[in-house]
Design a protein around this ligand. Structure first.
Ligand SMILES: Cc1cc2nc3c(=O)[nH]c(=O)nc-3n(C[C@H](O)[C@H](O)[C@H](O)COP(=O)(O)OP(=O)(O)OC[C@H]3O[C@@H](n4cnc5c(N)ncnc54)[C@H](O)[C@@H]3O)c2cc1C
Length: 439
């Protein structure tokens, strides 16, 4: 048994969760191999916004991550996220009534492509499609099996493989209902529009800061990206039909379909829809709300779920990537600590028990908040379309929900999370040590 060597971590998936976890672990001296199915890293789309909680997590994970984020962040022209009635034509201004606004802590950015430049050579292998994991071979390591027939060993496996995670099937069992995400019965038309065209059509104010245009059965999010050279448009529509193919994230759509979906909306929303390309895709919004993930760590205890693999939420809070970065920090803290315990060798604990304790501490601290995010993201999608019984179209009630839920995300005390992980892990390590001594 290897008692005094550094742990080896395998990361499945090179999205925000996998890359930030890799950087955090590497900067704490832990050996990491990242396996990505695709033949390169891919951005999820223009303009992922990262809120202050995510910024604090980046700083603690590896300040270089935060520096990259800052260098790419697109500033808003004002610090308010404004929610307007996109449906009823107002007699004032441009025809949209301001319902409420909340303080804006986010900036749109696309930073995965820059972030991966921080990864050292040899750490990432592309075109590695994980198909199976076998836990605990003869030397106690997990074995990863890839579609090309190759295998690899690791002490710890982090399943950062996104919404349609295969690692989730290993952790929960392939027949568990959460293995397949569910269609939320909302889809989104997404597009980016040259900023000059947007300013001409809807004016500077509406183009250069973040707006949510509310209405019955549809809502539209707009915000500037790429240093204000483009306007990002995400136009959500409630859908009574089933999604045509649950394995496909997008299906082709026509401009006609967009215009029809928003034909009953106000003038600003219609003008925005007119700006979209003639050929576009619609994105099915899937999440893990209907069938929640019941555990983040496998029964044997060396494999865990991170980011969307664990808690894929609908994008209505714009917080999934931020939450994945918080996960990466929690795991880094836990794995760093057991790595120190195992490599200094002054503590009678087996490698297996130490790893189980670390992953279990991660799950204990992260489960409740991240599952709440899945639930709350659904609620927000309904609120923006005046579908909740609690708020209906009452702007004060809508404001109060949006503000309190957003602040629950943004104001999260990431420093306290780090302390909690350490505290829970200490407890689990001491339980594990005494169990070990009794055997
Ligand atoms: C329209 C939209 C807008 C959003 N806006 C925001 C926002 O503003 N702010 C925010 O914080 N979040 C936002 N999100 C959510 C955010 O994008 C996700 O939560 C985040 O990207 C999840 O990262 P991840 O690394 O967990 O998963 P992913 O980004 O899905 O990465 C998973 C990776 O795993 C790889 N993979 C999958 N299976 C395998 C396999 N078998 N073997 C090897 N590799 C595999 C995939 O190729 C992929 O690279 C938005 C989401 C959407 C859809």
């Amino acid at each position: 048994m290897r008692a005094d060597t550094s742990i080896e971590v395998a990361i499945i998936g090179g999205g925000i969760a996998g890359v930030t976890a890799a950087l955090g672990l590497l900067s704490n001296g832990i050996s990491v191999k990242l396996y990505e199915r695709a033949n390169g890293f891919r951005e999820i789309g223009a303009g992922i916004g990262l809120s202050p909680n995510a910024e604090r997590a980046m700083l603690l994970l590896d300040p270089r991550i935060h520096a990259v984020f800052r260098s790419l962040a697109t500033p808003n022209t004002e610090n308010w996220f404004q929610y307007v009635d996109g449906f009823n034509k107002s007699q004032q201004g441009d025809g949209e009534e301001l319902l409420f606004k909340v303080y804006l802590g986010e900036r749109g950015t696309d930073f995965l492509n820059e972030l991966v430049k921080l990864l050292p050579d040899g750490c990432v292998t592309f075109q590695k499609d994980l198909i199976k994991i076998t836990e605990a071979n003869e030397n106690g390591m997990a074995v990863l099996h890839f579609a090309d027939g190759s295998t690899s060993n690791a002490d710890v496996v982090l399943g950062c493989d996104g919404l349609r995670s295969r690692v989730r099937g290993h952790v929960l069992g392939v027949d568990h209902p959460a293995v397949c995400p569910s269609y939320t019965h909302k889809f989104a038309f997404r597009g980016v529009v040259p900023m000059d065209d947007a300013v001409e059509a809807i004016g500077k104010e509406k183009s250069l800061t973040r707006f949510m245009h509310l209405g019955p059965g549809c809502h539209v999010l707009t915000f500037p990206v790429s240093m204000c050279t483009l306007l990002n448009v995400v136009a959500f529509v409630t859908d009574t039909e089933d999604w045509p193919d649950t394995h496909e994230a997008t299906v082709p759509a026509s401009k006609q379909e967009v215009l029809e979906s928003f034909s009953h909306f106000g003038p600003v929303v219609k003008a925005i829809m007119n700006l979209l390309d003639t050929k576009l895709d619609k994105w099915g919004v899937f999440d893990l709300h209907e069938n929640p993930v019941t555990r983040y760590v496998s029964e044997i205890g060396r494999v865990c779920l991170v980011g969307d693999a664990a808690h894929a939420a609908a994008p209505h809070h714009g917080a999934g990537a931020g939450s994945a970065i918080e996960d990466a920090l929690a795991l880094t803290v836990a794995l760093k600590k057991i790595n120190e315990v195992l490599t200094t060798n002054d503590s009678p604990i087996s490698r297996n028990r130490a790893i189980c304790a670390a992953l279990s501490a991660y799950e204990s601290v992260r489960y409740e908040r991240t599952q709440w995010l899945v639930e709350s993201s659904r609620f927000m999608g309904e609120l923006f379309e005046w579908q909740t019984t609690e708020c209906g179209r009452d702007p004060i009630k809508c404001h109060d929900e949006v503000e309190s839920r957003s602040h629950k995300i943004w104001d999260y005390d990431v420093g306290d999370m780090v302390k909690q992980v350490s505290r829970v892990l200490d407890m689990k390590l001491s339980e594990a040590r005494s169990e070990g001594q009794q055997q």
